[in-house]
Ligand binder design. Structure first.
Ligand SMILES: Nc1ncnc2c1ncn2[C@@H]1O[C@H](COP(=O)(O)OP(=O)(O)OP(=O)(O)O)[C@@H](O)[C@H]1O
Length: 639
């Protein structure tokens, strides 16, 4: 529920109010019983999160985990040990001053004190070292798991904003959380041990004192817990605001946005919005910090008052000879330790509570499984794949949408045929390709490859037989050769094949003119990276698609960024390039489409027309209308 609330600040953040709504906590229990029940619920949840963290730590480093646990035990006992030895030492000093004993005992106790100090120092150093190392290892191993899991997930996961948000949180926020959780838990154990042993020690001196030392920090504890949970809530509610601030910041500081922000003069507007959001954010933070500190201090003064009263009482008792000076010192040390322990217990617990919330997200993410997975008994792909594709009454709606992106689509592509797909924006062309590559499965109907339903194959295996170039192709920050070679990982070092693919995409000559030819770094991440034009990048992406000797070639607007000559050149050669392969390409330019052996025209998810250029022209439908429109525009320009 809390997480939902945190993401409920709807607007885009570019306009609209900048104030942060007050955290609404309607379910805040008022009576003591429901408060207790709520506490038990959150405590239960937090403690249940611990075993999985311990498991993670154990997997990351069993020796270090044991070391940390042991040192937590030891360092928990240390403050009590120190206080007790100090008491013995003081009593021995007093006895020696009064002539009741010699100095031998003092030397013994001083040596013991030295031993305790040394043990404390060593155990602290060991804990720190083990903790740091374990932290590195656990963070690395979680990042590795998140990455490995993300690489297995379906495209749907990345295209859905909610699950994408989960992925972002899992990869950015969560990796440190298990370690923080472990640290908080160990702190809790350590403090509990100190606390218990100190209380036991105090009871041995005076049960009454033990009770008072135990009760004195309660007011401070209550105020801390109240403001601590408010702080957490506020952080949660402010996270959308922080996200907006980050977004505004990136709009002004990122190279790709700079052109537009400058041209439209958006800079001052965005900066001012950032400033106003920041002011609001600060005001809220300030209010809480002030209240937390002042009210917190007022409550803890009450504790201090009780503590000081008792200290006075003990001092008087010591003067009267009913308690020793050592007892006085012991009480002072113990009362302080108990107070810090109570604080530590609270901090440890609230830390665990908060970390556990983040961990839940991580585990939810790791528990998601891809829907497009190999069937239990995958059908082996035919050798070779002929490339006979059949759509049988295929419909598809994107998850969470009622609209059909594809609606009852049926068609057939014969092996080796070159097919062009056309249609207005949003007609469902890219969706068709996503289904063919099995990035999504149809909602209804089936797609057959060489007579077998795509879902019967292992999806990874299937994709090795497909070569695709998408509209939003990737520009890898690597060398030209790598950019092309990634199309067929096994041929990454096959320079002849890479050069051949580049030549086929019409970019070979351009690459050889680069300062270091195919070894030139591309993109701005590199100091000496070469910036290519949009069309040149597109040709590189095309070359990447040509790297794979796949029987099916799919191209989504492969020439959208190419100049007229390059486009003409590519399509003139496409038949040769795609010889022996079934080729499907999307294009908005009808001059290139007419060369296809078959044309499919989509209209609002439906296959509206199908045939050769000549057939479609003579039938005088939408295709003919669109073709004539484009041709007329060209002719008008020519006149
Ligand atoms: N990831 C998505 N989630 C939800 N709806 C989507 C998604 N991608 C596309 N759509 C919707 O599906 C419909 C078809 O989109 P598609 O990208 O297939 O169109 P297209 O024919 O390729 O368009 P264009 O020519 O503009 O590239 C559109 O109405 C679009 O809003």
């Amino acid at each position: 529920m809390l997480r939902k609330a945190s993401s409920s600040v709807a607007q885009s953040g570019l306009t609209g109010p900048v104030d942060i709504p007050d955290p609404v906590r309607e379910d805040e229990p008022k009576d003591l019983r429901s408060r207790w029940q709520r506490f038990r619920r959150s405590a239960g949840g937090t403690v249940r999160g611990l075993p999985r963290v311990i498991k993670l730590a154990w997997e990351a480093g069993p020796v270090m985990t044991v070391l940390i646990a042991l040192s937590a035990l030891v360092s928990g006992l240390m403050p009590t040990g120190t206080a007790y030895v100090a008491k013995l030492l003081l009593d021995a000093v007093v006895a020696a001053v009064q002539g009741r004993s010699g100095t031998g005992r003092i030397v013994e106790l001083a040596a013991l004190e030295f031993g305790v100090f040394t043990a404390t120092a060593i155990s602290t150093a060991l804990t720190n070292a083990a903790q740091q190392l374990l932290q590195e290892r656990m963070t690395l191993s979680i990042r590795h798991r998140v990455m490995a899991h993300a690489s297995r997930l379906d495209l749907q996961f990345f295209e859905d904003s909610e699950s994408y948000d989960q992925l972002r949180q899992a990869s950015q926020e969560a990796p440190q959380r298990p370690v923080s959780m472990l640290t908080s838990a160990l702190g809790l154990i350590r403090t509990s041990i100190t606390f218990a042993s100190m209380v036991a020690l105090l009871v041995s001196v005076s049960p009454l004192l033990a009770a008072v030392a135990l009760l004195a920090p309660v007011p401070a504890f209550i105020s801390q817990s109240k403001y601590g949970s408010r702080a957490f809530l506020l952080t949660l509610f402010m996270s959308p605001i922080r996200r907006r601030m980050d977004y505004l910041n990136s709009l002004v500081t990122t190279d790709t946005y700079a052109k537009e922000t400058k041209l439209y003069g958006l800079g001052p507007y965005l900066v001012d919005r950032f400033r106003r959001l920041g002011q609001n954010y600060y005001a809220r933070e300030r209010r809480l910090t002030m209240r937390r500190n002042f009210v917190g201090t007022a409550w803890s003064l009450l504790s201090t008052l009780a503590g000081s009263g008792i200290a006075l009482y003990i001092a008087l008792e010591a003067v009267a000879g009913r308690l020793t000076i050592g007892d006085l010192a012991l009480y002072t040390a113990a009362a302080a330790a108990v107070q810090t322990s109570v604080q530590g217990l609270f901090n440890g617990f609230s830390g665990m509570y908060e970390n556990n919330l983040y961990l839940d997200t991580l585990y939810q993410f790791l528990a998601t499984s891809p829907r497009i997975a190999p069937p239990p008994d995958p059908v082996p792909l035919p050798e070779p794949v002929r490339g006979h594709i059949e759509f049988q009454d295929v419909s598809f709606s994107y998850p969470g949408s009622d609209e059909r992106a594809l609606d009852g689509v049926s068609f057939e592509i014969r092996p080796g045929e070159t097919v062009a797909v056309v249609g207005r924006n949003g007609a469902g062309k890219s969706t068709l390709i996503k289904l063919l590559c099995r990035l999504y499965d149809p909602t209804a109907g089936r797609i057959l490859l060489d007579g077998v339903d795509l879902r019967a194959f292992d999806p990874d295996e299937l994709r090795t037989r497909m070569s695709a170039m998408f509209q939003d192709h990737v520009t890898y920050q690597g060398t030209a050769a790598e950019n092309i070679g990634l199309g067929q990982l096994s041929a990454l070092d096959d320079r002849a094949r890479i050069e051949d693919s580049a030549a086929r995409a019409g970019v070979g000559e351009r690459i050889s003119r680069l300062p270091r030819g195919f070894d030139s770094p591309l993109g701005r991440w590199f100091d000496q990276g070469v910036s290519l034009s949009g069309g040149e990048w597109q040709k590189i992406a095309l070359a990447r698609a040509f790297m794979r000797d796949a029987p099916i070639l799919v191209l989504d607007e492969p020439t959208s960024a190419l100049d007229a000559a390059a486009e003409h050149d590519l399509f003139a050669r496409l038949r040769t390039l795609s010889r022996g392969r079934t080729t499907l390409y999307i294009s908005h330019r009808f001059s290139t489409v007419r060369q296809a052996e078959k044309i499919l025209l989509f209209d609002r998810g439906k296959l509206a027309e199908e045939g050769t250029h000549e057939e479609l022209m003579s039938s005088g439908g939408e295709y003919a209308a669109l073709f004539t429109l484009q041709a007329a525009a060209y002719l008008e320009e020519a006149v």
